[in-house]
Design a binder for this molecule. Structure first.
Ligand SMILES: Cc1cc2nc3c(=O)[nH]c(=O)nc-3n(C[C@H](O)[C@H](O)[C@H](O)COP(=O)(O)O)c2cc1C
Length: 160
């Protein structure tokens, strides 16, 4: 079955997981990139990124055009920002309507709650089959853990 892994990542954690998932399922890897990106260092990113997430801003994305009809399975990944998905997904949901797909969701957080983020994804795409969700805490920081194995295990439980 054809799969796509669509993700946004400011600092590389979600990217790391997205790459592992796309390798495991042999899927297309698609990164959402904002035309105007936040500073990825220091306090400013929390201020501007937090504000952007809270006010549900819709940042313009670069070259974003996906033919969803090609895919049966879609994996969506985001860092948790202010308890929800990163604002790039506000734009994604505004501009794309996805239905009748198998959907897996993966999120990276700094250790806070992730349920709201999963639920917000689901609210935005109700007519789909949710096949799994998984979260990681700043995986780039914890290099001893075998994330490849975690993902293998996660995918092996899915009912496509
Ligand atoms: C603007 C901003 C807001 C964040 N808000 C949260 C949060 O509400 N809860 C949490 O656990 N982590 C929060 N984080 C931490 C990130 O979710 C976490 O570091 C994640 O692994 C980063 O993923 P990335 O490297 O793919 O960008 C926030 C980070 C940023 C930049």
């Amino acid at each position: 079955m054809n799969s796509a892994v669509i993700y946004y990542s400011l600092e590389g954690n979600t990217k790391l997981i997205a790459e592992l998932i796309s390798k495991e399922i042999n899927g297309d890897l698609i990164e959402l990139k904002c035309k105007k990106e936040l500073p990825s260092k220091g306090f400013k990113k929390y201020f501007w990124g937090g504000k952007s997430a809270i006010f549900r801003e819709t940042p313009e994305l670069i070259n974003f055009n996906i033919d969803f009809s090609k895919y049966e399975n879609i994996f969506l990944g985001t860092p948790v920002w202010a308890g929800t998905y990163a604002p790039a997904f506000n734009t994604f949901f505004r501009d794309n309507s996805i239905s009748n797909k198998n959907i897996g969701i993966f999120v990276c957080s700094g250790g806070g709650k992730v349920e709201k983020c999963f639920n917000n994804f689901k609210k935005n795409m109700p007519d789909n089959n949710f096949i799994g969700e998984i979260s990681f805490v700043d995986p780039k920081e914890n290099t001893n853990r075998d994330y490849k194995q975690d993902i293998k295990q996660w995918i092996s439980t899915m009912k496509f």
